[in-house]
Design a protein around this ligand. Structure first.
Ligand SMILES: [Zn+2]
Length: 201
């Protein structure tokens, strides 16, 4: 796959709440199968596959801005930036349930004590207030830690262990989890609940 096909497309549920990002190729497949439609972020117009092709596809011999188009055998299809799923009731943007994977995403794969990158398969969860001392397994008490730091800290609070957290753990919103580690686009802003998308350079 070329680089453009690996770029991300913001995916909205049927009621236009952001629920995920998918790679361009997957987005086009969903639209092709009638499972999603492309949304024009400028005017919120929606396109099914045939409409998207007739509006946004160009023949191979046409002169186009290369980086915005996906090439197939016979034509080039414009890269969608936002799609909306045809059938999906959807979640609100609050109350994301706690998960280990979510902690990894929220903490950007970084040990929250030493700052080192931790591979997913080596991740450990540190309970800031240890379980043995009443600490719960939840967003506000759990952080990503490397093995070494987790071991060093043991059954102590950060203060007792003389260790400092990079930042206080927090309850992430769905937007934050969706956008973790993704190259975001300015055009996504109208669809997100928080305006934290940086302009891509
Ligand atoms: Zn560490």
């Amino acid at each position: 796959m070329s680089r453009i096909e690996l770029e991300r497309v913001l995916t909205l549920n049927r009621v236009w709440q952001p629920i995920a990002t998918v790679v361009v190729k997957q987005a086009l497949t969903l639209v092709f199968r009638g499972r999603a439609r492309v949304v024009d972020p400028e005017n919120y117009q929606m396109f099914d596959w045939a409409q998207w092709l007739s509006e946004k596809a160009v023949r191979n011999d046409a002169h186009v801005v290369e980086h915005d188009y996906i090439r197939t055998a016979h034509l080039q299809v414009r890269k969608p930036e936002v799609i909306t799923l045809a059938k999906f009731a959807g979640f609100p943007n609050t109350g994301v349930p706690y998960s280990r994977r979510g902690v990894y995403e929220r903490d950007n794969g970084q040990c929250q004590f030493c700052g080192l990158h931790v591979h997913r398969q080596n991740m450990t969860i540190d309970h800031v207030q240890p379980i043995s001392r009443g600490g719960g397994t939840n967003w506000l008490n759990c952080v990503l830690a490397c093995n070494r730091c987790n071991h060093l800290k043991g059954n102590r609070t950060p203060r007792e262990a003389g260790m400092e957290l990079l930042r206080e753990p927090f309850q992430p919103t769905r937007d934050q989890l969706i956008l973790c580690g993704v190259n975001t686009h300015e055009t996504w802003n109208p669809f997100l609940n928080e305006k934290h998308v940086k302009v891509k350079t």
